[in-house]
Design a protein around this ligand. Sequence first.
Ligand code: SF4
Length: 717
Amino acid sequence: MSTHETRSTCPYCGVGCGVLVESDGQRITGVRGDPEHPANFGRLCTKGSTLHLTASPRVATQARLLVPMRREHRGAAPAPLGWDDALDLAADTMHRVVGDHGPDAVGFYVSGQLLTEDYYVFNKLAKGLLGTNNVDTNSRLCMSSAVAGYKRTLGADAPPACYEDIDHADCLFIAGANPAWAHPVLYRRIEDARARRPGLRIVCCDPRRTETAAAADLHLQLQPGTDVMLFHGMLHLMIRECWTRPGFIAGHTVGFEALARTVADCTPERVSRTCGIPVEDLHAAARLFATSQATLSLWCQGLNQSSSGTAKNAALIGLHLATGQIGRPGAGPFSLTGQPNAMGGREVGGLANLLPAHRDLANPAHRAEVAALWGVPSVPERPGRTAVEMFQAAADGEIRMLWIACTNPAQSMPDQATVRRALERAEFVVLQEAFAGTATGRYADLLLPASAWGEKDGTVTNSERRISRVRAAVPPPGQARHDWAIVVGLARRLGGRLGRPGLFPFEDPESIWNEHRETTRGRDLDITGLDWAMIDRAGPQQWPLPEGATAGTARLYQDLVFATGDGRARFDDTAWRPPAEAPDAARPFALNTGRLRDQWHGMSRTGAVARLFDHAGEPAVQLHPQDMERLGIGDGTLVRVASARGALVLPARPAPELGASQAFIPMHWGDEFLGGRDADGTPLAGVNALSSPAFCPDSKQPELKHSAVSIERCELP
Ligand code: SF4
């Protein structure tokens, strides 16, 4: 049988690498990096280069959900039913719940793995047809603090920089990110830039001495949760040493005086004590940031997943504004997205506080514009529930029907005890998912099989605002359907019952894309000029790309006119505050969670690839060797890790890269892999049995990077 290649995009991280997918039309047989894609120029990391192994016939038949299934009652084995019956059941149930309890009794929890077109129809269904803003996403756990930080300072959720800026920067300031593991192909670009330009300096701020930190010229190994104090200490020094740019500040910003007052008492000595870093390192970092020709900052979850996430983002962006390090090649703030399409979800407004094309739910004019675009009387004003709030509301009995798509909250959400109580208490849970056997699936009353990567068409947007096509190489297995088509099937049924037919005329993802791009007309992310034919012809493009433009936009704010009403950027003067849950005598360790190099999220996909386990084959809690000695434990000793919310038993592993009194547990292992049950018979939930639901008051992003835990040797019976 002949093979051919399909041009598509990697479904893992926000680098958004192009891949060429080899298939015989029925089976995916290989992948290679797309040499023409500007995100990777042919490179792939270990995960991307094994994508074909996640789509093997064995995985497609054994690990996939293949037909719609219904549970008569919780705990029963699910039984197959036809698609029409499944969608009728879903629509009838939703109609009844809305009739009995109002639209806010329904919640949609979706995913940054979805394509932009999938996201668009979910958002329109909830906010346009049903009348609830209860649609949120696992991207809330990933980048909502960056969204809030950009809006607070630059006026719009628009990362100004691009990957090419790495090639122009003289200083890379990497904060709360380990691209060597989490964004590997981007990190190769950093290594290349360094090899070409030995003058390039890299500063890395991270409580762990990660691979990225170890390779940096300067590693600021700060205490967990002290980033705002660090950035304010740097600004204090910049002011004292006259390294700021008063002309830039006066001409293009507002609010510097208030921030200067906030940082006045962030003396080097105080910052050194709070952050646990030497004064001379603080001084060197401030000098490099401010006085380099071009400074580019890169950050990710270490800043975002925090109860001060917005303040951390805004404080770092403030350093760029104070020093004029923005709007030029190689200079600017640049948040990295964790998921492949977290950015696309932001663009269509697929979060509880947003509307399409970066409009705000709280803005009456924006609500009216969207209602007119959608042809509905209004968009509800009531704020929607964000991720943590949504599951809390379900646990409290306020949300009665949950529709979950392409994500596994029974592993990935913090405070699993509450999340599982929510899933148990909800009257009806629908799971739209490609993979069988996820922890969330156990709670689902209705399971709807969705197509997966390699089988679906649409678009994704990567960290640098670049929109790429995802293309199907093979058909979905069994009766699996595309996510957009499942939503449209539900929406048409509901539209009939609610007396609003005709809102979902879509026959393919391209027609959804065309409606989406029309919503962007005149907005900061205007993509009215970007049809699919242009992507086919000219390759992936960066927004904005308005009608008439012949190419996308690499950098924003080169004219130094920001997206605020008066064109001036804003400083944020929020003072440092410690993480929500301070370690104490009872729980003296600060627990951090995060990725390993070769696994992805809950391992639905990467868990099927044996070679990826060579890097780390089992879960463990990492501890500093001196802490292990103090606890009297060795490599592999089983320890009980306990927070205020739950406990886990794991082997301990020495990790000299951690600071004292810190612990790290990877996020990938959930109950499918841990296998066991706790004392109540509940399956073990992975690290999020322990993690804290505290969230940033502005971005509502939970503090997955910090909770207080105790650790003690586990005495087995
Ligand atoms: Fe995929 Fe990210 Fe690896 Fe690129 S760097 S191949 S997008 S996982």
